[in-house]
Design a protein around this ligand. Structure first.
Ligand SMILES: Cc1cc2nc3c(=O)[nH]c(=O)nc-3n(C[C@H](O)[C@H](O)[C@H](O)COP(=O)(O)O)c2cc1C
Length: 280
């Protein structure tokens, strides 16, 4: 896409709906095109990621905003193949965890602030919900900043939150102490295929002006399901033995089934409570 052509191509790729805003389309907004076209990649070329580039991406990622400047994020770069294999074995149906050229774990780190309190002799309890939440949000911001940086360098990523279902095993494999918890892993490498832009809900659903209003939700979701289906239909219905066969199987049916059939993270709260968080 050339600069100066407006946002139509990116808009249609991302929303397939309505018209792109006629916003300033100068070269200085080129970074926005990159973000509008971003996508997850799960298959990678057999090409290493140079160590200096990886360090630059990490430096960029840690430039993300940080609640109260507390900087409550730690990343574990997993280079040891034995540890990597053990992580991959936890989730056999996601082989990209083991095959990506680089694998990182983004952790919320509520421990460091407590340690700093001890060093300065002003101890505090950072295991309450506020401490957990701040660390989780900071980790998510660093994660996404890493993803955007990597994509602008021609790399592809796939976050892996399913590892939270195995938090105790992950903590054992990577020696995570109490109050340091996985938010998501991240696969990284040069993409093996172009991939595709995943349609997002329209801004009419996700942006509310002045007051929250979801009165138009049902119709908007139906229309979104149809737009998505026209671009890529879902090949297999989820758990038909439980939910039956839908005549039209759209995104909302799939996501409702996913949330109802396989609630994720059921053991995570117990893991956190057993590892330093009161969450009160
Ligand atoms: C916090 C987070 C956790 C994710 N966990 C997984 C995962 O465990 N396995 C996986 O294959 N993809 C995972 N993804 C990727 C999402 O499935 C993907 O972002 C989503 O389908 C939207 O596609 P897009 O990123 O290409 O727009 C995760 C994404 C995020 C943001």
């Amino acid at each position: 896409v050339q600069h100066g052509q407006g946002w139509e191509a990116e808009w249609q790729a991302r929303f397939a709906d309505g018209a792109a805003p006629a916003a300033g389309d100068g070269a200085d907004l080129a970074g926005l095109r990159q973000i509008l076209r971003r996508r997850t990649h799960r298959r990678y070329l057999d090409r290493p990621v140079a160590e200096p580039l990886l360090r630059l991406l990490l430096a960029t990622a840690f430039s993300a905003s940080s609640k109260s400047d507390f900087q409550q994020v730690s990343v574990v770069l997993v280079t040891d193949l034995a540890r990597r294999d053990r992580l991959a074995a936890l989730v056999p149906d996601m082989p990209w965890i083991g095959t990506a050229p680089v694998f990182l774990l983004f952790c919320g780190d509520a421990r460091r602030l407590e340690r700093i309190g001890e060093l300065r002799r002003h101890p505090s309890d950072n295991g309450r919900l506020e401490g957990f939440f701040n660390a989780a949000v900071d980790a998510a911001l660093v994660l996404q900043t890493f993803v955007l940086a990597a994509e602008s360098a021609g790399l592809g990523c796939c976050p892996i939150s399913v590892l939270r279902d195995h938090a105790a095993a992950v903590a054992e494999i990577l020696a995570l102490p109490d109050k340091v918890f996985p938010v998501a892993g991240l696969c990284l490498g040069y993409p093996a295929a172009p991939g595709y832009v995943s349609l997002r809900l329209p801004l009419a659903v996700t942006v509310h002006t002045d007051c929250y209003d979801d009165s138009g939700l049902a119709a908007a979701i139906d229309a979104y399901d149809r737009r998505r289906d026209a671009r890529y239909s879902i090949p297999q219905q989820r758990a038909p033995e439980r939910f039956g066969d839908a005549v039209f199987y759209g995104w909302s049916e799939d996501k409702a089934r996913q949330a109802a059939a396989q609630p994720e993270g059921t053991a995570f709260a117990a893991y956190l409570r057993a590892h330093g968080f009161s969450l009160d």
